[in-house]
Design a protein around this ligand. Structure first.
Ligand SMILES: *[C@@H]1O[C@H](CO)[C@@H](O)[C@H](O)[C@H]1NC(C)=O
Ligand SMILES: *[C@@H]1O[C@H](CO)[C@@H](O)[C@H](O)[C@H]1NC(C)=O
Ligand SMILES: *[C@@H]1O[C@H](CO)[C@@H](O)[C@H](O)[C@H]1NC(C)=O
Ligand SMILES: *[C@@H]1O[C@H](CO)[C@@H](O)[C@H](O)[C@H]1NC(C)=O
Length: 234
């Protein structure tokens, strides 16, 4: 009988170490035994967001805590990253839907626990004069944020300036207070599209406004602003 040489033993040891590494990586991974790839805390954040909404026509019927609905990556409007399993995209825009699928209710801050979001589109839903929570500042990977025609109110949180990966920001046609200070948005150096339609910018320093392409309404109080063609340096 052949005895294993020292070389083979090393090989076996190396294999065992590899195997161990695999299982320890696996234990931290988000894939459970049945292949469901959805992070529990993110599922709970979405469910808390849904709880604040009235969804008369069951648009979010795939969202639930039942066993068979466990995989939040397969929920309506949700996409997860291929490798990480984190939710990277949430598209609940109503514009491609029949209007009666509109979602109504609170814009729950729990939504902004989804810190891996790259793309968030809630446009044309009715958040019933909710304010944008300050916790929006935690979406530090977000590139596309669309809150167009969402019936939001209050002031624009200063935390928007923390979203330094933003390329597209649409806040148009809501009920925001008059904006005084837009300079801080100049920190958003990747921003290519900024829509501030129907927001009262009459108190904003004109020096800064000319970096936008803004046209005033006939009342002189509101402006339609579209595009920043270059990085604004003040
Ligand atoms: C493992 O889990 C910890 C805690 O949830 C997390 O911070 C870390 O990024 C994870 N590592 C990997 C490789 O996913
Ligand atoms: C993730 O998977 C989808 C579908 O298989 C693919 O189209 C996409 O390119 C992948 N994304 C990345 C970042 O690998
Ligand atoms: C905005 O929300 C308020 C409060 O619920 C409601 O009275 C108003 O009709 C809404 N506006 C639109 C355009 O839906
Ligand atoms: C936002 O940026 C400010 C600096 O302008 C910083 O003090 C603050 O901690 C940041 N907040 C978040 C949530 O990242």
């Amino acid at each position: 009988m052949k005895i294993l040489g020292a070389g083979s033993l090393h090989l076996i040891y190396a294999l065992l170490v590899l195997l161990h590494m695999q299982t320890s990586i696996g234990s931290n991974s988000t894939t459970t035994d049945d292949g469901v790839k959805c992070i529990k805390s993110e599922r709970q954040a979405l469910l808390a967001f849904k709880q604040g909404l009235v969804d008369e026509h069951g648009r979010l019927s795939s969202w639930g805590s039942e066993e068979e609905k466990k995989n939040c990556c397969e929920w309506e409007g949700v996409q997860c990253g291929n490798t990480t399993g984190h939710i990277t995209m949430l598209d609940l825009a109503t514009n491609s839907y029949d209007r009666h699928f509109i979602l109504r209710g609170n814009l729950s801050p729990s939504l902004f626990e989804l810190q891996y979001l790259i793309y968030l589109d809630l446009s044309e839903n009715n958040f019933k004069l909710s304010h944008i929570p300050e916790s929006i500042g935690s979406l530090n990977k977000i590139q596309h944020l669309d809150l167009y025609y969402c019936n939001l109110s209050g002031s624009l949180p200063t935390q928007l300036a923390n979203l330094t990966s933003l390329q597209y920001l649409n806040l148009g046609y809501n009920n925001f207070n008059s904006v005084k200070n837009l300079e801080r948005l100049s920190r958003l150096s990747y921003l290519q599209y900024l829509y501030l339609n129907d927001i009262d910018l009459s108190k904003v320093n004109n020096v800064w406004l000319r970096y936008f392409s803004c046209s005033p309404w006939s009342n002189g109080q509101q402006f339609d602003c579209f595009y920043i063609p270059m990085v604004v340096q003040l």
